[in-house]
Design a protein around this ligand. Structure first.
Ligand code: FAD
Length: 465
């Protein structure tokens, strides 16, 4: 049994863990990171990056198919396209593999030692790792738990055979003819829309009264319209009951209590993610929990001295950029810097068609906090750049305090608005007032002008609407 010691041990090399280890290494902290799978975790290997690659391929395919159908208005005529999903997936795997090497290289450059294998706590300062060459014992002054999350499995639809999670959906060799998506959250709709664009007949089964229920109805309206255009059937208030014994079908109890069959050769279950809190010896270290998650304070400290936790294992929102910021912060704390969580907003993006962005407070949350608010909403139908990109559906909305015009929240829906999330996040972090956004020169023609116009609108003098 080999034994090593270090100042910082990070368990899990997802966006939380690897950023923590890199930053610690940069600061001269003697750091070891343990990873069971490939560097980059869920996000890089089976989450953010591969899903966006597939979404991009689907978008390109659908655009060409649309033109080939004689429906394009751009004067472009093309032959009907074909799609070889094996090649698409190979292209996506190539991107993932390049990024895997990138992360491994960055860890090495920062002087971080990587141990491959499954880590298990022996006690609060000691971890055992089952590696290919035997058990390795690692003793550390500080341990960071960054074990991430996994897909939730429904007891009535266990994964296997036609029932798949997002991980398998990203590695299919052919486009399902009929795809049932159980769960209309962001992962289900991103992937469901992508497969619909690739030619699958998609049905979304959602137990709540609407899909993307965490967003306000006005924000999701353009997405619902697009789902309709893509021929995606959305069953809300409906419960998936299990597989039909005969024929490829999902059994569903509809909102009015009737039994229905949804024909499907694949059933993608996207009913949420659960923190990975099992299998690594949580019982050995007696941490306080906050429901399913590890309880942390504003420095990501757990209830046990010398143990921090970051990323999906610590709670919502389960997003890569939250995990990264936590990782960076913890590394600096371990290196002796004074840091604590001081972020005003964690922007969230739903990469559906069109895309959705939220940053800061929703109009309702802002009203609850501030009492009176000013809201400015600017439609992309009045934005020249959006018109030239055939992306007129959608809007930007800015919510600010009525008394001092401090911006509290920003939402947008529209083609490509994910790239506006940076400006939204910056405005909130800098404590921008409506006048700051309105008074910033926004280059023309860009969709960003919609952001400026929304602020102007809240001030009562939008120029282009
Ligand atoms: P993870 O990325 O889950 O990494 C944890 C790592 O720890 C894993 O590599 C695992 O192998 C390792 N590990 C666990 N236990 C052990 C152990 N005992 N020993 C050794 N190693 C261990 N987020 C976004 O921000 N934007 C998106 O567009 C987005 N899209 C997504 C799409 C999909 C389909 C999915 C599934 C997720 C998506 N997410 C997205 C969420 C994002 O992937 C997660 O929020 C992020 O990966 C969390 O990072 P993490 O470091 O906490 O954990």
């Amino acid at each position: 049994m080999k034994e090593i010691s270090c100042k910082l041990l990070v368990i899990g090399a997802g966006p939380g863990g690897y950023v923590c280890a890199i930053r610690a290494g940069q600061l001269g902290v003697d750091t070891v990171i343990v990873e069971f799978g490939k560097p980059g975790g869920t996000c890089l290997n089976v989450g953010c990056i591969p899903s966006k690659a597939l979404i991009h391929a689907a978008e390109e395919f659908e655009k060409i198919a649309h033109m080939a159908g004689g429906k394009g208005l751009l004067g472009i005529t093309v032959a009907p396209p074909t799609l070889d999903l094996i090649k698409t997936v190979a292209w996506k795997d190539g991107i993932v593999s390049r990024l895997n090497s990138g992360v491994a290289g960055l860890l090495k450059k920062a002087g971080v030692k990587t141990v491959h294998g499954w880590a298990k706590f022996r006690d609060g300062k000691t971890v055992e790792v089952e590696t290919e060459t035997g058990t390795q014992v690692i003793r550390a002054e500080t341990v960071v738990i960054a074990t991430g999350s996994a897909s939730v499995e429904l007891p009535s639809l266990p994964f296997g055979g036609p029932v798949i999670s997002s991980t398998e959906a990203l590695a299919l060799s052919e486009v399902p003819k009929k795809l049932a998506v159980v769960g209309g959250g962001y992962i289900g709709l991103e992937l469901g829309m992508a497969f619909a664009k690739m030619g699958a007949k998609v049905t979304v089964v959602e137990a709540l009264p609407r899909v993307l229920a965490q967003y306000d109805a006005e924000l999701t309206r353009p997405v619902l319209k697009r789902l309709g255009e893509l021929g995606v059937e959305v069953m809300t208030g409906a419960n998936a009951k299990g597989l039909a014994t005969k024929g490829d079908a999902l059994l569903v109890e509809t909102a009015d209590g009737k039994n229905a069959r949804v024909a499907a050769d694949r059933i993608l279950v996207t009913v949420g993610r659960k923190p990975v809190t099992e299998g690594w010896g949580l019982e050995q270290i007696d941490l306080d929990m906050a429901g399913r998650f590890i309880r942390i304070d504003d420095q990501c400290r757990t209830s046990m001295r010398g143990i921090h936790a970051i990323g999906d294992v610590t709670g919502e929102p389960m997003l890569a950029h939250r995990a990264m910021v936590q990782g960076e912060m913890v590394a600096e704390i371990v290196a002796g810097h004074r840091r604590s969580w001081d972020k005003r907003a964690i922007p969230a993006i739903c990469f559906t068609d069109p895309e959705l962005v939220t940053a800061g407070l929703s109009p309702e949350e802002a009203k609850a906090l501030a009492g009176e608010v000013k809201i400015g909403q600017f439609p992309f139908a009045a934005n020249g750049r959006a018109m030239t990109k055939q992306g007129e559906d959608g809007f930007v909305r800015v919510v600010a305090r009525a008394d001092n015009h401090l911006v509290l929240g920003i939402q947008a829906v529209g083609q490509g608005v994910s790239e506006l999330s940076t400006a939204f996040g910056l405005a909130l972090e800098m404590g921008a007032r409506l006048e700051d956004i309105a008074g910033t020169i926004h280059a023309h023609p860009t969709q960003g002008e919609g952001f400026q116009e929304a602020a102007l609108k809240a001030l009562g003098h939008a120029l282009h609407v």
